[in-house]
Design a protein around this ligand. Structure first.
Ligand SMILES: C[S@@+](CC[C@H](N)C(=O)[O-])C[C@H]1O[C@@H](n2cnc3c(N)ncnc32)[C@H](O)[C@@H]1O
Length: 307
């Protein structure tokens, strides 16, 4: 199987992980193995556990790293990180990487139903199991649908889009990507139709809901931080503001020291920072990468180190 995905912020991420040749590393979103391959190159006696929930990614990774003794491939959701690692006897980790979201392979494989450019069944499941986008779109009550589109898509026309979906499904179920894209198009003002693809935000919203992406990210980060050893690093690449906000807030809490009011003469809370930020601001793609890989446009990398 052809698995095309150009890893984003590759050098910045690998440098930021500060890899020790005998360390234990986890790539929580291994995809086509672009980042995993670079981590593996730097290990002698260390181990890399490459996790993905998509069977397509697992086949690709298994084939790509079949002769590498340092590589362990695991199919699963990183929300269950603690269990996935415990089962393999891994207790302490020197570095975690999460390159959040969908791969180019998933986006570009029309039959997976992530794209609003090509017609396909409304699927959008990264793991290829569980509830599909079609089931959500045709069964969720209006208010839940509106909320998902408003919150996960940050779409100001969520009410009219959700009304449009409900009206359509009363006639016949919405079953394909182009059907959904057309409903969105018909329920937003003309000016939005000129400004990029009007269905982009709704597709993002439904995809996030199908894969429960924000809750999963939050759990995965907590588990990863708990499993990280002292001096270990956690690197996270996100592609939109909802994900980045979660990462930024988690890291801020871990890095926070005393929380006493400023006018307290001495600290009474006893809080000590558990981590430090490696970069004060998120790292973004440089000009060269932006030219070579337009998908890096919205990528943000944040790294912290446990202390
Ligand atoms: C952006 S791609 C990663 C690409 C990878 N870094 C590379 O260089 O090829 C994201 C991958 O993470 C996987 N993924 C997303 N959320 C996941 C989760 N909660 N658990 C496991 N895998 C996940 C997706 O299936 C996808 O293959």
């Amino acid at each position: 199987m052809e698995f095309s995905h150009v890893p984003v912020l590759l050098n910045e991420t690998i440098e930021g992980l500060n890899i020790k040749e005998n360390g234990i590393y986890v790539d929580g979103t291994a995809g086509g193995g672009g980042h995993s391959a670079e981590i593996l190159k730097r290990l002698t006696t260390g181990r890399l556990i490459s996790i993905d929930q998509d069977p397509d990614a697992i086949s690709t990774l298994t084939q790509r790293f079949k002769n590498n003794e340092n590589s362990i491939i695991v199919k699963g959701n990183f929300a269950n990180m603690r269990d996935l690692l415990e089962l393999r006897g891994v207790g302490r980790v020197d570095g975690f990487l999460f390159d959040i979201g969908v791969s180019s392979h998933q986006l570009d494989t029309a039959s997976r139903g992530f794209s609003f450019h090509e017609d396909a069944p409304l699927d959008m499941r990264m793991s290829q199991s569980g509830v599909t986008a079609e089931e959500l779109v045709n069964t969720l009550p209006y208010e839940e649908l509106r909320k998902i589109i408003a919150e996960y898509g940050e779409e100001r026309y969520a009410s009219s889009i959700a009304k449009g979906i409900v009206a359509q499904r009363e006639a016949a179920p919405v079953t394909t990507t182009l059907q959904l894209a057309e409903i969105v198009k018909a329920n937003v003002p003309q000016k939005v139709r000129r400004d990029g693809h009007p269905a982009r935000k709704t597709f993002q919203a439904i995809r996030i809901a199908v894969n429960d992406e924000l809750n999963v990210l939050s759990h995965g980060l907590d588990d990863a931080f708990a499993l990280l050893g002292k001096g270990g690093r956690l690197a996270v690449i996100t592609f939109h503001s909802l994900e980045d906000r979660i990462v930024k807030q988690k890291m801020a809490v871990w890095c926070q020291g005393c929380t006493c009011p400023r006018d307290f003469p001495v600290c009474v809370c006893g809080n000590k920072p558990k981590a430090k930020l490696i970069n004060k601001k998120p790292v973004c793609a440089n000009e060269t990468e932006l030219l070579q890989n337009p998908r890096s446009r919205s990528a943000k990398l944040r790294i912290c180190e446990k202390i």
